[in-house]
Design a protein around this ligand. Structure first.
Ligand SMILES: *[C@@H]1O[C@H](CO)[C@@H](O)[C@H](O)[C@H]1NC(C)=O
Ligand SMILES: *[C@@H]1O[C@H](CO)[C@@H](O)[C@H](O)[C@H]1NC(C)=O
Ligand SMILES: *[C@@H]1O[C@H](CO)[C@@H](O)[C@H](O)[C@H]1NC(C)=O
Length: 531
């Protein structure tokens, strides 16, 4: 059995209305309030009823459509029988790792309890997602789209599309999140996914925002008879090249423009699994409003295994240096390629056994969550929760061990990170709180001379980068956002079994200019109870 998860096609409704409202507001950045009740419910994404995680009765969860700098207030009421947190994938949480919604920054919301997130979508435009960050809950739903639109007066480098669709694509398992967790807890690896789906319905459309919300499978996305004009990758406006198909790895998002210039009929929208054997494929229908002809004919061809093809495509994705971002002229005089790096981290993932059970590690450390969030331990000066010497900057020989890895860095460090993948499976790495420049992809072992071939001119920034089998990917990151930030495998079984760490971006002054204060409603747990 094979599978890719459902592609959920949701009709876009809110954005234009919301833009109109904010034209009238000048003074304070607007507030948007949400109350989200999280419950179990029956869903049938593969045609067979199974338990899913619903938000306000919906699967996928409600989409958030907002505008740059909006204040977002979401009261999350947990009606599950497990602790719960939502993380906002790619929303940068400027100065505000308090709201990041991972176990290193927040106490989990206990069953029958709630927590109100409060954050601002500062200086961002683009296509993002949210999902449950604890246990294996993401396998059951609880995820949704999170689109940030430009403020009035900020031009975007493409005509405003007539309509748009937010597509959440991914692999899907019939087993359910608790069964998958049990499988991993017992020391076994995840089974092959049960499917890949695209569901919902479409209408005439122009922009497709495609996010891979799956657990472990990269996808290739394409539309029969139409080319995709790439305009955005995770909040960066790209050089607008045309593609026949695009690879989207777990945790990543892209936005493409599609001109409906073909004879009026229905066309297949196709998502297929990458780097799996056999290849799982699923389709949805693109329907021209004046079409009376069902989709037919062969599906547009996809790359098969073709790692090199994917790496080459990845290298073609570049930043449009003259396009606006959330602010005009985002590059300004800031040329990332000319800034000296103060430190190089080489992070190597590995698969091994600890006490007879499968674990994943980074530089020999397989991460375990302490019961006290790292961020709260820092704030209340509670010793013994983590140690900045647990993980080394470079891979070292020796056995894998369990630990709580935190890399200590100084605010404003400019850092190079190499993700070294010696395994035969693709990796996807995500950093919270930041965008980073993806400056290079290469085969085999990274060596310093590879720097000569970095793209130091127009690399795109993004929050999630793939690392091909037996290959490396290099990023540069400007650590200008103080806080405790999760650096994790977006491939969820790997992350659940230890392939993650935290980056502590720190300076010794407590100032609201560099970091917001602990929110008054912060939940307490572990050693923080009573503080
Ligand atoms: C829980 O919800 C109530 C409103 O119903 C709110 O006042 C309270 O702050 C929330 N609790 C937390 C910890 O955010
Ligand atoms: C880059 O952005 C500019 C400004 O919006 C736009 O005019 C131009 O077409 C874009 N260039 C490419 C190659 O995408
Ligand atoms: C990866 O494999 C190469 C070649 O087998 C070896 O030299 C290197 O030490 C390995 N690196 C890591 C980080 O495991």
């Amino acid at each position: 059995m094979i599978m890719i998860r459902a592609v959920f096609l949701n009709l876009f409704v809110g954005a234009l209305a919301c833009l109109r409202v904010f034209l009238l507001v000048e003074a304070e950045d607007p507030y948007k309030y949400f109350t989200w009740t999280v419950i179990y419910g029956t869903i049938s994404p593969l045609g067979v009823p199974q338990q899913g995680i619903l938000i306000n009765g919906q699967f996928p969860g409600p989409r958030i459509d907002c505008v740059t700098n909006d204040n977002i207030v979401v009261n999350v009421i947990n009606k599950l029988d497990q602790p719960f947190l939502i993380t906002w994938n790619g929303v940068k949480q400027r100065k505000n790792s308090w709201q990041d919604g991972v176990l290193g920054t927040n106490c989990p919301i206990p069953p029958n309890s709630n927590y109100t997130y409060h954050f601002q979508t500062k200086d961002q435009i683009g296509t993002f997602t949210y999902f449950p960050s604890t246990l294996m809950q993401r396998a059951a739903g609880g995820f949704g789209g999170f689109n940030i639109y430009a403020r009035p007066g900020i031009s975007i480098p493409y005509p405003i599309p007539t309509d748009e669709f937010t597509l959440l694509v991914g692999d899907w398992y019939k087993a359910g999140h608790k069964a998958l967790q049990q499988t991993l807890d017992s020391g076994k690896s995840l089974p092959f996914p049960s499917g890949l789906l695209i569901n919902g319905h479409t209408r005439k459309s122009y922009m497709f925002r495609v996010s891979n919300v799956g657990l472990s499978t990269s996808i290739n996305f394409r539309i029969q008879g139409h080319r995709l004009k790439l305009v955005e990758v995770e909040g960066s406006h790209t050089v607008q090249d045309f593609y026949e198909s695009l690879d989207v790895h777990v945790g990543q998002s892209v936005a493409v423009l599609v001109t409906l210039n073909q004879p009026p009929k229905d066309y297949y929208i196709v998502a297929s699994a990458r780097f799996t054997k056999p290849i799982l494929t699923t389709t949805a229908i693109l329907h021209y409003s004046n079409s009376h002809t069902p989709a037919s004919g062969p599906l547009p061809i996809a790359p098969t295994y073709h790692i090199h093809w994917s790496m080459k495509q990845a290298r073609t994705i570049r930043w449009n240096l003259t396009a606006n971002a959330a602010r005009p002229n985002p590059q300004g005089s800031f040329h990332y390629g000319t800034i000296p790096t103060v430190r190089t981290l080489v992070l190597a993932n590995s698969k091994s056994q600890i006490n007879g059970k499968l674990r994943y590690a980074v530089n020999r450390v397989s991460y375990v969550n302490p019961t006290t969030p790292l961020k709260l331990a820092d704030y209340f000066n509670i010793p013994g929760v983590f140690n900045l010497n647990t993980i080394q900057d470079k891979p070292t020989p020796g056995p894998v061990f369990l630990g709580t890895s935190v890399v200590g860095t100084a605010l404003h460090d400019f850092v190079e990170i190499i993700f070294q993948n010696n395994e035969t499976s693709i990796q996807s790495w995500h950093l919270d709180g930041y965008d980073f420049w993806v400056v290079g992809y290469g085969n085999g072992q990274w060596i310093p001379v590879n720097r000569k071939r970095y793209n130091l001119y127009d690399a795109t920034t993004r929050h999630t980068v793939q690392v091909y089998p037996k290959s490396w990917s290099a990023i540069l990151v400007s650590l200008d956002n103080k806080g405790m930030w999760n650096l994790r495998s977006a491939i969820w079984d790997r992350r659940y079994l230890g392939q993650e760490l935290y980056v502590r971006v720190w300076n010794n002054e407590r100032s609201l200019y560099t970091e917001y204060d602990i929110p008054p409603n912060a939940l307490r747990c572990g050693k923080v109870v009573g503080h």
